[in-house]
Design a protein around this ligand. Structure first.
Ligand code: C5P
Length: 226
């Protein structure tokens, strides 16, 4: 029996648009793996901080990125990037790492490196991958593309509830205006404003859209686990 070809559900959007929680719920419903590509960029930012590399010095960041020792593993349903065998779960969420990440993410060589790693994730199976350029640049060939958004007020409130003190607006601005694969809805992405939707409502709507697109291609619908 031939195995079905692995596929990718691409979820892009600005900070606090609900990408993380939505990806995890959708992946759990469908039995897929998640990939948090923001965590990969955050890991490089954290690695720069601990190696005392100035994130504004593109050449030094590139040199570090070229020689760091990483591996991809699957743990608890997520594909993770490890550095020297370690996943810095807490360290990448600090305000220092958050302030540094958009600097390393605008460097072309870094983005090329990340693209290669992110495409490698498909070796583990079908994925729900979230980020800023998944539909436009990482897996542009996928039929399942979503751009999540929410009003600035709702996004600010979500971050406050998480206890995160950060100017996410400044980070979004940097992400949207950079030269290499900026944050924007990709061609063919369904834009979902989830300001007033629950996570489950958003996932149901996405699954409906995925199955509409599968039907148009003569594919069997995906079924949510009961
Ligand atoms: O999603 P998260 O807020 O963790 O992403 C952190 C940062 O990583 C973003 O603000 C952006 O600068 C960068 N990023 C990116 N492309 C992605 C994912 C994240 O540039 N695909």
């Amino acid at each position: 029996m031939s195995h079905p070809k692995p596929f990718v559900i691409a979820i892009d959007g600005p900070s606090a648009s609900g990408k993380g929680v939505t990806s995890r719920r959708l992946a759990a419903m469908l039995g897929l793996l998640t990939v948090d590509t923001g965590a990969m960029y955050r890991t490089l930012a954290w690695h720069c901080l601990r190696m005392k590399v100035d994130v504004n010095d593109d050449k030094k960041v590139v040199a570090l990125c070229r020689k760091w020792k990483t591996s991809l593993v699957v743990a608890e349903g997520h594909v993770r990037l490890l550095v020297d065998g370690y996943y810095p779960a807490q360290e990448i969420r600090t305000s220092e790492a958050s302030a540094a990440v958009a600097h390393v993410a605008q460097i072309r060589v870094v983005r090329d490196w990340m693209k290669a790693k992110q495409r490698e994730c498909i070796q583990f199976g079908s994925l729900v991958m979230e980020g800023r350029d998944i539909g436009s640049n990482i897996f542009p060939e996928t039929d399942y593309k979503f751009f999540l958004d929410a009003s600035p007020e709702v996004r600010k409130l979500r971050r406050e509830r998480e206890g995160v003190k950060e100017d996410v607006h400044a980070r979004d601005k940097r992400d949207s205006s950079r030269a290499h694969s900026p944050l924007m809805p990709s061609l063919g992405a369904l834009i979902v404003d989830n300001s007033h939707h629950t996570v489950q409502e958003t996932c149901d709507l996405m699954l409906q859209e995925i199955n509409k697109r599968r039907k148009a291609n003569g594919l069997k619908p995906l079924k949510a686990a009961a």
